[in-house]
Write a protein that binds this ligand. Sequence first.
Ligand SMILES: [Zn+2]
Ligand SMILES: [Zn+2]
Ligand SMILES: [Zn+2]
Length: 292
Amino acid sequence: MTRLTFLGTGTSQGVPIIGCRCAVCQSTDPRDKRFRSSALVQMDGLTIAVDAGPDFRSQMLAQGVRHLDAILLTHNHKDHTGGLDDVRALNYIDRKAAEIYCEERVLETLRSDYAYAFAEHKYPGAPEWHIHLIDERPFRVDSLEGTGDLEWVHDIGYFYRQADGSLLPSDNAVAEAPHERPNVIPIRGLHGQMPVLGFRFGNIAYITDMSAIPEKEFAKLQGLEHLTLNTVSYHPHHSHFSLEEALRLAERIGASHTWLTHLSHAFPSYRQFCSELPPTVQPAWDGLTISD
Ligand SMILES: [Zn+2]
Ligand SMILES: [Zn+2]
Ligand SMILES: [Zn+2]
């Protein structure tokens, strides 16, 4: 069984937006409080986060997460990568680097946004990431296994303990993603002009920050129990599906349930929004868990 918990369902500024006095931003319904979009997937004994935005720390605390086998990144926007520094806490518990799966273009952005995490001589306590490069090909996430245990050597930094007992300075090594026995199916989409990825786990597909899906990708979206789609507005948007586009896609893909995410205060509060949608489509909310 695959389970997906929505850690955040809000647009890039979250809901409420700082300083906004609109009815949605002032709603007292907890389902109108939306962290930046992210999800936690549990399958085959693995715990996987999709994206790690600026609310990552609060999201990990809210779900009581103490361990992640992988963090998959959909694309390089800050509302999806801004929390990656906070994997430090998990580095410490796991005594290993965090296993991060992303495309080459996302890695390039991480190298400039987080230069200190890639520095040759990192300061003690800098985040430890082990990057796996992925593309549109299905790939496999395994439970944590690494290059030895990550050990904190006081005042010096993290080192990998080798089989012979020696210590090797840690590094943000880049590895090719293993494509044998895949358990994650990437779905290519476009976010405006930018190529991005969604992911299918079992019969659950998680798509965020897309405004178009190439025709050939629809074969990967058949037989779904749950589909997640992003929308930010009733009106056409340059890089996200409008509500109308999302509803049309939901109908075409035909999952038993479609959940809307990356929602903004342009939509009404949760209860009213539900009443405007067809029976198989609902707004997701932070903390909602679905399973296939
Ligand atoms: Zn976003
Ligand atoms: Zn507002
Ligand atoms: Zn984006």
